[in-house]
Design a protein. Structure first.
Length: 218
């Protein structure tokens, strides 16, 4: 059974067709690199899969069951979307890191938090920092950590390394690769061709709101 299946999905906004009748399957443990020109619909495809927007036509399935049969909360817990422009909220980094625990009515697990902070090159003094004092790259990594505290089944990454320097890009790549090995399915929109070829097992090319190709690499 596919983890995600899209059947004849179309999406338009104010009469403008953005996604035009696309169908595809994502298998468990896939690591799919999504490429294509700017404005071709890549982010829209991720938002549809993340259930942040709904298709006008067609059906989306998660593990063989229609999206509409799940509560949005359950779907978003299992299919997690990291925005191209990360949105942090509240005042401090801690407000963001605590959020995944509080929505699950759980106490913060500081061991888990510290492990993730270290993995992404932070020490825990970052927790008290005000979010307005973070660089773009720091915001992006904090947003990633927030998405990874509880591991999703499917992780959707939208150009998450474009604000990062080379060292941090490689750190993120390494973490994502490890998560994929542990069984998390990855869909990653990227302009970085080398990054795709290094890590992905499939490359999906989107053009003009259609899937131009879905190439299997290994
Ligand atoms: N909610 C929306 N309302 C209006 N236009 C949108 C909306 N979302 C995306 N678009 C338009 O749809 C097209 C595809 O956008 P997007 O999925 O962001 O492309 P990509 O991520 O490939 O750059 C663009 O022309 C964009 O301007
Ligand atoms: Mg985009």
């Amino acid at each position: 059974m596919s983890v995600i299946e899209a059947q004849n999905i179309s999406f338009s906004d104010n009469g403008k067709e953005i996604i035009n009748n696309i169908s595809f399957k994502v298998e468990e443990k896939d690591y799919i690199s999504i490429v294509g020109p700017s404005g071709s619909g890549k982010s829209t495809v991720l938002k549809l899969i993340a259930h942040l927007i709904s298709p006008d036509q067609g059906t989306l399935y998660f593990k063989g069951k229609e999206f509409t049969k799940y509560s949005p909360y359950d779907l978003r817990k299992n299919v997690s979307y990291c925005f191209q422009t990360p949105k942090l909220f509240g005042n401090t980094v801690m407000d963001n890191i605590n959020f995944p625990f509080s929505i699950r009515h759980k106490n913060i697990d500081l061991n888990r938090v510290n492990t993730l902070l270290n993995t992404f090159g932070f020490d825990n003094s970052i927790l008290d920092k005000s979010i307005v004092n973070l660089s773009g790259g720091e915001k992006q990594r904090i947003a990633l950590i927030r998405n990874l505290i509880f591991k999703p089944d499917v992780l959707l990454l939208d150009e998450v390394t474009s604000a990062l320097d080379n060292d941090n890009t490689l750190i993120v790549e390494k973490v994502i690769k490890k998560l994929n090995k542990e069984g998390i399915t990855i869909l990653w929109v990227t302009h970085n061709v080398e990054q795709s070829l290094r890590n992905a097992n499939k490359i999906m090319t989107i053009e003009y709101g259609k899937i131009k190709s879905l190439e299997v690499l290994k």
